[in-house]
Design a protein. Structure first.
Length: 181
């Protein structure tokens, strides 16, 4: 090998001691690196629970949020609403929904009206008593816009803080495109 002053020794890969023998340099190529996800798709994401006074409304918002997330492998999203008496909010149904979507990375809960908000906040305050997964957090956000942002962020792999921030950021987005009057 030719050594020149001021240069480092460079050994062609075909001459390296670890190179396979009997293979021409032109036919030896390293395989292209295969990108590997840091976790299997669909596992380890934040779950989202949508709570409404109306089961039909909760299901419709779930459908909208999932369709706008545009993923064949979305974050788990549960919709719950109503009570055994009809309209209202059932703490039992909310707790069951939170357990259903839990994948070990937290659950974000959004709700529509004051009664649902009160039920969710009371449920979270006594999370252990109600068997809620840990952590469960309430997103203080508009129901539809917050749900869309939360589901999109959770589907993209955002952590619980990112999901809550995305949902709550929708409060600051004005629908007129300009300053809110």
């Amino acid at each position: 090998m030719d050594r020149r002053a001021g240069t480092r020794d460079v050994i062609p890969i075909s001459d390296a001691p670890s190179a396979p023998t009997g293979v021409a340099p032109a036919t030896r190529s390293a395989p292209a690196p295969v990108p590997r996800p840091s976790r299997p798709a669909g596992l380890g994401r934040v779950g989202v629970v949508l709570v409404s006074h109306s089961e039909e409304l909760a299901l419709a918002v779930r459908t909208l949020a999932l369709s706008l997330a545009r993923s064949e492998d979305p974050s788990p999203v549960a919709a719950t609403g109503g009570s055994p008496d009809g309209l209202g909010t059932s703490a039992v149904l909310v707790a069951a929904a939170a357990r259903r979507v839990d994948q070990g990375h937290g659950v974000a809960v959004l709700s529509d009206l004051d009664g649902a908000v009160s039920t969710v906040l009371a449920l979270i305050a006594d999370a252990d008593e109600h068997g809620l997964p840990f952590p469960v957090r309430f997103a203080d956000a508009p129901f539809v816009e917050g749900a869309v942002a939360a589901v999109a962020t959770a589907t993209a792999g955002g952590d619980l803080t990112a999901v809550l921030d995305a949902a709550e950021e929708t409060f600051r987005q004005h629908k007129t495109g300009g300053p809110h009057m």
